[in-house]
Design a binder for this molecule. Structure first.
Ligand SMILES: [Zn+2]
Length: 278
C-alpha cells in the first residue's frame, strides 16, 4: 500500500544513506482501517506484487501522524519526489497523486450533485441516484521548442515568473484542435510568431494537477516577436553561446531536470545543461 496525503507521498532514504538523493517510496502491508478510505489499484509488477494507493484527505501538519513514517522518513510532493525516484517508483507516485487529485475534486455527480460512490478499484465514481459514471481526466497540453533560421531557441518568461526563470512556450489544447494547430496557435498568441514543420518529440505525464505534456519542435521563418503582455513578461531568441553564457553567469535558470521542458532545451543545446533550476 502507498499512502497519499493530499499531494504528497511518504519516502525514506535508503538504509545507510545520509541524504534523500537516493530515497524510495515507503510501502506497507494492508490494514483493516484502509477500508474506510478511498483506495486505488495501481497495478502488479513482474514479481507478482500488487500496488494500491490509500488516499488520505489530510494534507496539513497532521499528515505525518496519519502514516507511520519511519526514521529518516519524509513526505514529498511530486516535484520533489520525481527527481529522486527510479522509473517504477516515479510511475507509482505519479499515478497515485494524480488519482488523489481527481478523487478530491470529483466527489459529486455532475448531473444531479449527489455524492458519488467509488467503484472499479478506484478508477470510476458512480452516482447512486442516476447511475452516471465519472472517469479520471487528463488534459492534453503542448510544449514546444521553436527555433529560427539561425537555429536560435525561443525562451520566454511567464507574466507571473521571477526574473531569470525562462522556458519554452506551452499551453493547453483546445476542443476541436489538432496538436499541431495548438502548437501554432499558442506560439502565435503568446509571441506573435508563425511556425511551420511542427514535429512531435516526446511526452510526459504532468499531474499538476491533471495534464499530459506533448512536446514538439517547430520552425519560425520570421523571428520578430510581438508579446502578449498578459501572458509573457519577456521573450528572446538564444544562440547556444548566448544560452551557455547566461546559464554560466546565473542570469538564466533552466527548468527542472525531470521536466520535458528541460529535455527539449537540452535536445536543442546538444547536451546536459548544468544549472541552478527553478
Ligand atoms: Zn447523479
Amino acid at each position: 500500500m502507498l499512502d497519499v496525503l493530499g499531494d504528497r507521498v511518504p519516502m525514506r532514504a535508503r538504509d545507510g544513506a545520509e541524504s534523500y538523493g537516493d530515497a524510495t517510496l515507503v510501502l506497507r502491508a494492508p490494514r483493516p482501517s484502509d477500508r474506510d478510505l478511498v483506495t486505488v489499484y495501481l497495478g502488479e509488477d513482474d514479481d507478482g506484487r500488487h500496488y494500491v494507493a490509500v488516499l488520505h484527505d489530510e494534507s496539513g501538519e497532521r499528515a505525518e501522524q496519519l502514516v507511520d513514517l519511519p526514521a529518516q522518513g519524509v513526505l514529498l510532493d511530486l516535484r520533489a519526489a520525481g527527481g529522486i525516484l527510479d522509473d517504477a517508483g516515479a510511475g507509482l507516485a505519479t499515478t497515485a497523486i494524480a488519482m488523489a487529485h481527481w478523487h478530491r475534486t470529483h466527489r459529486h455527480c455532475p448531473r444531479c450533485g449527489a455524492r458519488t460512490e467509488v467503484v472499479q478499484a478506484g478508477w470510476v465514481r458512480r452516482c447512486p441516484v442516476d447511475g452516471a459514471e465519472s472517469y479520471p481526466l487528463t488534459h492534453p497540453a503542448v510544449i514546444m521548442a521553436v527555433t529560427d533560421p539561425d537555429d536560435r531557441l525561443l525562451l520566454a518568461r511567464g507574466a507571473q515568473w521571477a526574473a531569470g526563470r525562462m522556458s519554452v512556450l506551452a499551453g493547453f489544447v483546445e476542443p476541436g484542435e489538432s496538436l499541431e494547430s495548438a502548437v501554432a496557435r499558442e506560439v502565435r498568441e503568446e509571441v506573435g510568431v508563425r511556425v511551420r514543420d511542427v514535429r512531435y518529440v516526446a511526452n510526459q505525464p504532468w499531474p499538476f494537477p491533471a495534464s499530459l505534456m506533448l512536446a514538439f519542435a517547430a520552425r519560425a521563418d520570421d523571428p520578430r516577436l510581438v508579446l502578449d503582455p498578459g501572458e509573457i513578461a519577456e521573450a528572446r531568441w538564444f544562440s547556444r553561446a548566448d544560452f551557455a553564457a547566461a546559464i554560466d553567469q546565473g542570469e538564466l535558470a533552466a527548468p527542472s531536470g525531470v521536466s520535458v521542458a528541460r529535455h527539449l532545451i537540452e535536445g536543442w543545446f546538444g547536451g546536459p545543461v548544468e544549472s541552478r533550476t527553478w
